[in-house]
Structure formats: structure tokens, C-alpha cells
Design a protein around this ligand. Structure first.
Ligand SMILES: *Cc1c(COP(=O)(O)O)cnc(C)c1O
Length: 401
């Protein structure tokens, strides 16, 4: 049984409910109409495809929605995050803290920008970065802390902002808090503040699977720091007349669709939250499963519905469960995400000597079966039944005690 596979199965074949890479966004006639309008207008050679106005409108609407001072659109969340780090002009030895349970992209951005990636543990409930463990690894070289709202669970930023204030860098002052909200667009903190309004910079992704999408690729940074916003605008368009820069612009048709998706974001998130809460309820009482916390008021958007199996099933048992779900029930699932140093050579070499045993243990127990806001209640019931049956089957063949 392959244990190096994050998605089971790797393709979509035979699946009724895929997770990755097949899962896409939710588009309506409104998005189709927006695309037709942009095409009709841009077909005129005197008008063309320069995004200009559309991007400005999308950015303004996004800043207004999140409550942030400025928003800057990018061609992806990955480049958006990397350009926030580029602004810091990291020097050799400068450290950036990030959770060991994280998508590989942000790790690579730190490494490429010349920082030293310092890994910290997730907290066991949501798998978001654990402030206590950040305190362990924070030091005089720390320039930034990347806080990722893991799989839609909105982390409280205050402990990280407090830690940063208490541990200023000798030259640059308190480390900045960069929020990776690629999986939490539209979420709210416990105090009712919208994701994107707090922290130095918040990065969003509009990739195909994300909570809102601009035709499969796209990203945004929100910030209250006008200096950062100004520099980001140059970084994404060839540096103006002074700085380094490259082309990381979003296209016109993406910005036009983004405006519509943003209008529909709350509705799409609400549908997803309903499905997730249905699933948590349907799986209640299964001793072998730990379900995700049930939070209201958009404090958890359930980008993924994290399930944890018992320690006795960590690794092989969990893998068997994923295969049972796929083969017998057509339900795809994903381990979202194992520590990158376990499977990515560059990250492994860069972080040699660092280990996060809690992250390893938790992700050996983790699986995230397919969840999508467009699934009907009947489909959701079938997926929950499949999970229940697969667990019962595994319990007969692999008792946990
Ligand atoms: C998707 C994602 C990114 C990167 O976004 P892209 O737009 O795909 O480049 C970064 N961090 C997390 C947690 C993500 O899920």
C-alpha cells in the first residue's frame, strides 16, 4: 500500500466524489455573463485586454469586504505571498516561522527569498499554528511569522501579534505576522473581525479548489500598510522605474469573475458550512473518529473536513481507510497536508535537523474526505454513510485495542 500518496486515489477514475486535483469552484450564470461582457468589450482592438479598471474594482470591493485598508491582486496566492516576503529583503540568517502542517508553496517562498525556514508545531484541535510552540522557536533573528488558517479554521492572531511585540528584531523591530488565508477567504475571527483586516499582510488564493475562484488561478494581498501595498504594485509590474519587479498581474476576465465570486462568497461558504456540520453530526458517536470543531459565525469555513483516526490506525490503518473509501464507495480523500520535509527534497535539506513530531503524528492520523458546497444533502448522507461503513469494516479487521 503506497504511503507516500497524499490523495487517494491519485486520479478521478471511478470516483463519484473527488477531492484533488479534480475539484473545482462553483460558477453560475452571473459569472458566464460577466465573461461574455468582457469578451464583447475587449474584442475591439481599440480596447483590448488590459485589466486596469476591472482589477481596481475587484481590489476595492475586496478591501471593502474584508475591512482592510488596501488590496492588491496577483496572478496566484503563491506569488502574492512570495512578494510580501520579498518586501522584507531578508538577509542570510533571517528566520521565518511557519507551521509544519502547511502547503509546500509558502515554505518554498521563504527559501527562495533567502530566509531560513523555521518550523513549528500545529495545535491538535484545528492543526493551525500553535502559539506556544512559536514561542519555543522565536528568537532575535525572527523577521516574520506565517500564520495559516488551516483548512478554513480561523486562528486567533492576538497571541502571535503579542509574541512578535515581545520579541523585536534588533534592527527591524517586531517580526511581521503574515496570514496565509488561502483556505479561509470570507472567514471571521472570534471577535467578529473578517479575515484580511488583521495582521501585517493577508494572502488569499483563488485557485480552482479554493473558497472562491477566478477561473483556476489568482491571488490577493490585503494590508493596512500603504508602503507594502505600494511596493507590491511595483513588484507585480516590472518595478516601476526604480525597483526589481516582474509580471504577476491578474487578467481582466479573472478580475471580472472575481467581482461576481466575491458577491457570492458568503452564500457559497454558508452552503459549505451546512454540509460540514451535517457531516460532523452524521459521524457523531463513532468512537474511532475525531471530527473537526463545530464553530459558528464563519469562524470555520471547512475548506476541508479534517478527520483523525486513533493512534493505533496512524499511517497504515488510515491509508487502508482511504483506499476502502475510494474503492468501495467512490469517495476520494486527501491527507491535507503532511509535513513537506517528509516528501520534498529541497524542504527536507533546508530544514535538516528540524523535526515536528506532533505534526507527524497528527497527519499520520488525518484524512479529509471529499466535501463540496454543491453536494446535495442526499449526496452528503451517502458520503457520511460510506465513512461510517468503511470505519466499521476496518474496526472488524484492525481492532484499535
Ligand atoms: C492554495 C494555497 C496556497 C497557494 O495559492 P496558489 O494560488 O495556488 O498559488 C498557499 N497556501 C495555502 C495554505 C494554500 O492552500
Amino acid at each position: 500500500m503506497p504511503t507516500d500518496l497524499a490523495t487517494v486515489p491519485a486520479g478521478r477514475e471511478g470516483l463519484r466524489w473527488p477531492v484533488e486535483p479534480a475539484q473545482g469552484g462553483w460558477y453560475t450564470e452571473a459569472e458566464h455573463a460577466a465573461v461574455r461582457a468582457v469578451m464583447a468589450e475587449s474584442d475591439d482592438w481599440r480596447v483590448g485586454w488590459k485589466a486596469g479598471d476591472y482589477t481596481v474594482r475587484f481590489e476595492d470591493a475586496f478591501a471593502h469586504y474584508t475591512g482592510a485598508g488596501c488590496a492588491v491582486a496577483f496572478n496566484s496566492g503563491g506569488t502574492a505571498l512570495e512578494m510580501c516576503l520579498a518586501y522584507l529583503e531578508l538577509r542570510p540568517g533571517d528566520e521565518v516561522i511557519s507551521c509544519a502542517v502547511q502547503f509546500t508553496g509558502p515554505h518554498l517562498a521563504v527559501i527562495h527569498q533567502g530566509g531560513r525556514l523555521v518550523l513549528a508545531e500545529p495545535e491538535p484541535e484545528t492543526l493551525s499554528l500553535d502559539p506556544c510552540d512559536v514561542e519555543r522557536v522565536l528568537g532575535p533573528r525572527t523577521r516574520a511569522i506565517i500564520v495559516t488558517h488551516w483548512n478554513g479554521a480561523v486562528a486567533d492572531l492576538r497571541p502571535f501579534l503579542d509574541l512578535a511585540d515581545r520579541h523585536p528584531h534588533p534592527v527591524h523591530g517586531p517580526p511581521v505576522v503574515i496570514v496565509d488565508a488561502a483556505r479561509a477567504c470570507g472567514g471571521c475571527s472570534g471577535t467578529g473581525v473578517r479575515v484580511g483586516a488583521e495582521g501585517w499582510a493577508t494572502v488569499f488564493s483563488f485557485e480552482s479548489k479554493k473558497l472562491m475562484s477566478t477561473f483556476g488561478q489568482g491571488g490577493m494581498v490585503t494590508t493596512n500598510d500603504p508602503a507594502l501595498a505600494g511596493r507590491l504594485r511595483w513588484l507585480r509590474t516590472y518595478g516601476g522605474t526604480e525597483h526589481w519587479g516582474t509580471n504577476q498581474l491578474m487578467s481582466k476576465v479573472q478580475a471580472a469573475v472575481g467581482l461576481v465570486q466575491l458577491e457570492r462568497l458568503d452564500e457559497m461558504n454558508q452552503a459549505r458550512i451546512l454540509r460540514a456540520h451535517d457531516r460532523t453530526r452524521a459521524l457523531a458517536g463513532i468512537d474511532e473518529l475525531t471530527t473537526p470543531p463545530q464553530l459558528d459565525e464563519q469562524r470555520h469555513l471547512y475548506y476541508r473536513h479534517n478527520l483523525l483516526v486513533p493512534d493505533a490506525w496512524a499511517g497504515h490503518g488510515r491509508d487502508r481507510l482511504m483506499h476502502l473509501l475510494a474503492k468501495r464507495h467512490g469517495v476520494g480523500s486527501i491527507i491535507s497536508d503532511r509535513p513537506a520535509y517528509q516528501f520534498h527534497r529541497l524542504v527536507a535539506e533546508h530544514t535538516a535537523g528540524q523535526r515536528c513530531p506532533r505534526a507527524e503524528q497528527l497527519t499520520a492520523r488525518l484524512l479529509c474526505p471529499c466535501l463540496h458546497p454543491q453536494m446535495s444533502p442526499a449526496e452528503e448522507q451517502q458520503v457520511a454513510d460510506a465513512i461510517r461503513e468503511a470505519i466499521a469494516h476496518l474496526a472488524r479487521t484492525h481492532p484499535t485495542d
